[in-house]
Design a protein around this ligand. Structure first.
Ligand code: HEC
Length: 141
């Protein structure tokens, strides 16, 4: 009985969930408050191995360009921390990914990144950096 009710609920949800216009990381998919929480998670669980430089600029673009936030959240929540994969709460993973987006100077908005890789699997990762060009030019002298 319960199963039937659940099943019909699920299908109703599936129908109601219309695909909105393509979302990207520029569409403000996390909040400032969430990124702040994520920064704490980062300090506790990630900083021992990573520097912010490993999640920004060219490295981030190389790993994640053309992928989705779902891929990123999925990766982080199943493979990180490298010494304890899957060891954090889903909410902590969502928060830390929000922090990664913030590190990449992507805009924050009104609603939090949900702790559910499936829910953000259509959010494409677009980073602010221009496609190519040296980060720094030597001073011309
Ligand atoms: C024990 C060391 C270690 C810890 C702790 C760790 N990582 Fe990693 N991380 C790695 C290594 C090594 C890689 C390179 C890919 C691989 O070997 O899987 C990596 C790769 C990544 C990548 C993909 C490359 C990039 O920088 O975009 C992300 C994202 C990432 N880690 C996020 C995290 C987050 C978030 C945490 C904390 C929840 C974390 N890591 C904790 C070692 C670690």
């Amino acid at each position: 009985m319960l199963l039937l009710v659940l099943a019909s609920r699920l299908s109703a949800q599936a129908v109601a969930k219309d695909t909105p216009a393509a979302r990207t990381t520029r569409s403000a998919v996390y909040t400032e408050v969430q990124a702040k929480r994520g920064a704490d998670v980062y300090v506790m669980s990630c900083k021992s191995c990573h520097t912010p430089a490993s999640h920004t600029g060219v490295t981030f673009a190389t790993w994640w360009k053309g992928k989705t936030v779902g891929d990123l959240l999925g990766f982080v929540s199943t493979k990180m921390p490298k010494n304890d994969p899957g060891g954090l709460d889903p909410q902590q993973y969502a928060d830390v990914v929000a922090y990664l987006l913030k590190m990449n100077k992507l805009p924050a908005g009104e609603s939090e990144l949900p702790p559910d890789a499936d829910a953000v699997k259509d959010v494409r990762i677009e980073v602010g950096a221009p496609a190519r060009g040296p980060a720094k030019k030597p001073p011309s002298s």
